[in-house]
Design a protein around this ligand. Structure first.
Ligand code: ADP
Ligand code: MG
Length: 398
């Protein structure tokens, strides 16, 4: 499981191709949030301090072919400001000019390639594109966890191509941290080990739920996906979000989970999916028709709190309610605070999922958690015990 990292290779006077995650939100053509660029700085600074020249690549957005609106130009500007160094921005991902620019790099210099998804071969994992990327450098580093579940030319392909040239392909600090928390801790957790699953839908999380159910001591279910379990119990859930084609699956999971599974017993309900709706708090058996479940209730929070007592490892994915509306954020806030207490008491708390991470940010509780994964889809796949192709392609520690 353990992968070689940048600490295990000599990068002095080497050109290092680093696959970063610079897939940042843009607004009016500027970088709206530079958190992902900042997150890459420890790896980049480490390599620069040891005399490497860097060739950086990332995808940005979902371009269909070359799209000037999704050029890496703004990212180059922001990265230069953050590093306090000039950034050479390539006009393409590969090609003779890019190769020449890479060949001309001196230690300490940085070349940022154009958006990898401008190349049609990126998503196809075209071996030719991967080989041309690998040919730019003497070593490959992957620090883009959020893309690690996809076998693309700049992720899986370039790592394989670099190894084929007899050169190193290793993990950066960000990737290593994700693998340590989501991979190793979850594979060998301290018990009691409790998982909390919420969010909108069961579909997309089935593998995670099944995998966690085998490993955890307790599995707490909240959010919209709890409704399908409630329906499987024969309860009426009014206009709540339900996946009718997953009711049978929910029933199976309850049979398998038995006592491990903890479902909501009460809920905050509303008569419309709106912030100015009428709101009540009722037992889950008493949801009137025309009303819908928007959050877990206070009794459920207390039961979750009891189930979390003494937990040494907690994995949380998916908000407990429609947290985007402050009126329905109380359950998510309460669970976040409980995890904060567990972290303080020395337990390990791990949050995966894009919306869960933004809920914590909205609540100002990002620092209360041991590890918040930067990868949505990748974190779910790792938690489900799957191998991430871009990680598998990196060299194993001897
Ligand atoms: P993550 O990105 O953390 O994996 P999901 O994408 O599965 O989480 O789900 C997040 C969404 O689930 C949020 O937009 C939230 O509003 C929604 N949600 C949570 N509870 C409910 C509910 N009871 N009814 C409808 N939507 C819900
Ligand atoms: Mg989501």
């Amino acid at each position: 499981m353990s992968k070689r990292t940048i600490r295990d290779i000599d990068v002095s006077n080497k050109r290092v191709l680093v696959r970063v995650d610079f897939n940042v939100p843009l607004q009016d053509g500027a970088v709206a949030d530079d958190a992902r660029i900042r997150a890459a700085l420890p790896t980049l600074s480490y390599l620069l301090d040891r005399g490497a020249a860097l060739i950086l690549c990332s995808h940005l957005g979902r371009p269909k072919g070359v799209d000037p609106a999704l050029s890496m130009d703004r990212v180059a500007t922001r990265l230069g400001e953050l590093l306090g160094r000039p950034i050479k921005k390539a006009g393409a991902v590969i090609g003779p000019e890019v190769q020449a620019a890479s060949d001309a790099l001196e230690p300490g210099q940085i070349l940022l390639l154009e958006n990898t998804r401008f190349e049609p071969g990126e998503k196809r994992n075209d071996p030719e594109l991967a080989a041309q990327l690998a040919a730019l450098a003497d070593a490959y580093v992957n620090d883009a966890f959020g893309s690690a579940h996809r076998a693309h030319a700049s992720t899986e392909g370039a790592a394989q191509a670099m190894k084929a040239r007899g050169a190193p392909a290793v993990a950066g600090f960000l990737l290593k941290r994700e693998l340590d928390y989501l991979g190793n801790v979850v594979a060998d957790p301290d018990h009691p080990f409790v998982a909390i699953i919420g969010g909108a839908k069961i579909s997309g999380k089935i593998d995670v739920i099944e995998s966690l159910l085998d490993q955890v001591d307790r599995l707490l279910v909240g959010g919209g996906l709890a409704n399908t379990f409630l329906k499987a119990l024969g309860l009426e859930v009014g206009d709540s979000l339900v996946e009718d084609d997953k009711v049978e699956l929910a029933s199976d999971l309850m049979d398998r989970g038995g006592e491990k599974l903890v479902l909501p017993s009460d809920a905050v309900i509303a008569d419309a999916f709106a912030t100015d709706a009428n709101v009540r708090e009722v037992p889950v058996a008493d949801v009137p028709s025309g009303w819908r479940i928007m959050d877990i209730g206070l009794t459920t929070v207390q039961r979750f709190s009891a189930a979390l007592l003494g937990a040494q490892t907690v994995v949380w994915n998916g908000p407990m309610g429609v947290f985007e509306f402050p009126r329905f954020a109380a359950g998510t806030l309460a669970v976040a605070q409980l995890l904060g207490q567990i972290t303080q008491a020395g337990g390990r708390t791990i949050v995966g999922g894009g919306d869960s991470a933004s809920a914590l940010k909205q609540l100002g509780l990002t620092d209360a958690i041991s590890h918040i994964s930067t990868g949505g889809g990748a974190s779910l796949e790792l938690l489900a015990g799957k191998t991430l192709p871009a990680v598998a392609a990196l060299e194993d520690k001897a």
